[in-house]
Design a protein around this ligand. Structure first.
Ligand SMILES: Cc1cc2nc3c(=O)[nH]c(=O)nc-3n(C[C@H](O)[C@H](O)[C@H](O)COP(=O)(O)OP(=O)(O)OC[C@H]3O[C@@H](n4cnc5c(N)ncnc54)[C@H](O)[C@@H]3O)c2cc1C
Length: 468
């Protein structure tokens, strides 16, 4: 019998194993991983450079400390000259300037409001469900460009369509994700505040440190039986593994594929899941940066279909595209066509192109933070800080390690371990009454400004008639 079996060798599962071993090297651990590689969403392609997640913010304490501990070198991203233009869907058209203005105000407003939505404090009543993010976006934003951007951004963050997520649910997710500005920097427009690391180096460091742990690849877990003193974990081929504790380090929307007996109580269930979305990340390498010749920085966003990309190395772009099931084979041509429309026909002939598809993780659940008897929740979707990001995976991994040790070796836990999990670098800023009033009056909406401008114009034009 093993002491701990970790299901999933993504960043959260690996962190759990690392932390447990660091505290109690004598414990017997096993990791079961469905893929033939470890790393989950940070896995890199050996073929031609890296594809998975690789950016973090220096103020994300959990991941920063873990990387320092593992000796992972973090590089600050090189600034791309501010004089270069971005190629963004929202930058085009005669109203680009005000569309961007209203979008920026709207995002700041959401960031502020989200601070009021601590997980667990909101009510998932049916009334809240009806007021979807889609409705909120349409009510608050006037320009189609800014609306489309937000609709895509919501899907990228939450993993579901903006019609399938209520305003309150999205605010709850935002609260634990840091804020929209952080997410913009990580997923869409990496700025200088972002650090970059090599996922190959990270995985190599984990493999060395986790040598005593048996990692079984190509092992998909399909069932877990929960007994009083142990758990039994079944693979697809019928093999059963027994352990004193099981850590589920897989995204919440994949837990439903595992048959758990006795069933998880209702309150753990994911409240709602819409259609499945996929995210294909790609890297396109060219012999020269054609975008530069046209005065562009390499930052690219097209709204339909939603593609985000940015210059990764001087002659290559990395990015992602959001799509439904079964579109993987079309992605290359869609991406190249879209790039060609913005940067010229040379973009259709890259030196090389690689892509990798992931199922978009849905964050539509309350973070599962309390273990359910001998089943412990991990994965970024159960984090309470920077959920959906790498830091969330590390935070949840550290928490689940502590939970496992509390069951197996409680004497090894000290107050510092408990404090470490909660250590937040996010400075939550509570909105003032004035901020809330401005936001409820929707004064950031460009339509409001336009109406005021039209009224003033009409008054001035007809002032003789009005005032005489
Ligand atoms: C393209 C892309 C780019 C990203 N870029 C960034 C970024 O730059 N910065 C950032 O902060 N975040 C980024 N993210 C998000 C970040 O990668 C994830 O939040 C993080 O890696 C999640 O780690 P995890 O361990 O929670 O889950 P995962 O990495 O999804 O790991 C789960 C593991 O469990 C395995 N598994 C699932 N089901 C089973 C089963 N039944 N049995 C056995 N094994 C199973 C899976 O194969 C997988 O290996 C990005 C995500 C993507 C997709």
């Amino acid at each position: 019998m093993f002491d701990v079996i970790i299901i999933g060798a993504g960043l959260s599962g690996l962190t759990t194993a690392y932390k447990i071993l660091q505290k109690e090297p004598s414990l017997r651990l096993k990791i079961l991983e469905a893929n033939d590689t470890i790393g989950g969403q940070i896995a890199s392609s050996k073929l031609d450079g890296e594809l998975g997640a690789k950016l973090l913010k220096a103020d994300q304490a959990h991941i920063y400390n873990l990387f320092t501990d593992l000796g992972i070198h973090m590089l600050r991203r090189r600034p791309i000259s501010r004089n270069l233009k971005r190629s963004w869907a929202i930058d085009s058209g005669p109203f680009a300037f005000i569309a961007k203005f209203e979008l920026q105000r709207y995002m700041n407003d959401l960031d502020l409001q989200s601070q009021l939505f601590r997980p667990g404090t909101y009510d998932l009543s049916s009334e809240d469900k009806k007021y979807t993010m889609w409705r909120h976006i349409r009510k608050s934003l006037f320009f189609e460009n800014s609306r489309l951007f937000m609709i895509n951004f919501v899907r990228l963050i939450a993993g579901v369509d903006s019609k399938d997520i209520s305003f309150v649910e999205f605010m709850n997710i935002l609260h634990s994700c840091g804020d929209l500005t952080t997410l913009m920097e990580l997923y869409i427009e990496p700025s200088q505040s972002v650090l970059e690391f090599s996922s190959e180096q990270l995985l190599a460091a984990f493999e060395t440190r986790l040598e005593p742990v048996s990692i079984k690849r190509l092992t998909k877990v399909i069932e877990i039986q929960h007994h009083e003193d142990y758990v039994q974990i079944g693979e697809t081929n019928g093999t059963i593994h027994t352990a004193r504790v099981a850590v589920l380090a897989i995204p919440c929307n994949q837990i439903e594929d595992i048959f758990i007996t006795p069933p998880i109580p209702m309150e753990w269930e994911i409240p709602y899941l819409g259609d499945k979305y996929f995210i294909t990340s790609f890297r396109v390498n060219y012999d020269e940066p054609h975008w530069r010749r046209r005065g562009f920085s390499g930052n690219f966003y097209s709204s339909n279909p939603p593609i985000f990309a940015h210059q990764y190395k001087p002659t290559s772009l990395v990015g992602c595209i959001l799509h439904g099931q079964g579109f993987e084979l079309l992605i290359k041509s869609i991406v190249l066509k879209s790039l060609a429309e913005s940067f010229g026909n040379e973009m259709t002939e890259p030196v090389s192109y690689i892509q990798q598809t992931y199922e978009q993780t849905s964050l539509l659940n309350l973070p599962y933070t309390t273990p359910w008897n001998r089943i412990i929740w991990s994965s970024t979707s159960t984090a309470t800080l920077y959920r959906g990001c790498l830091n969330g995976a590390v935070q949840s991994g550290l928490r689940s390690a502590i939970h496992a040790l509390l069951i197996l070796r409680p004497q090894s836990i000290n107050w510092q371990d408990l404090a470490e999990i909660q250590k937040a670098s996010v400075v939550y800023r509570y909105p003032s009454h004035w901020d809330l009033l401005k936001s409820s009056m929707n004064v950031y909406n460009t339509m409001v400004y336009s109406t005021i401008a039209i009224v003033v114009f009409c008054v001035l034009k007809n002032r003789n008639k009005i005032f005489n």
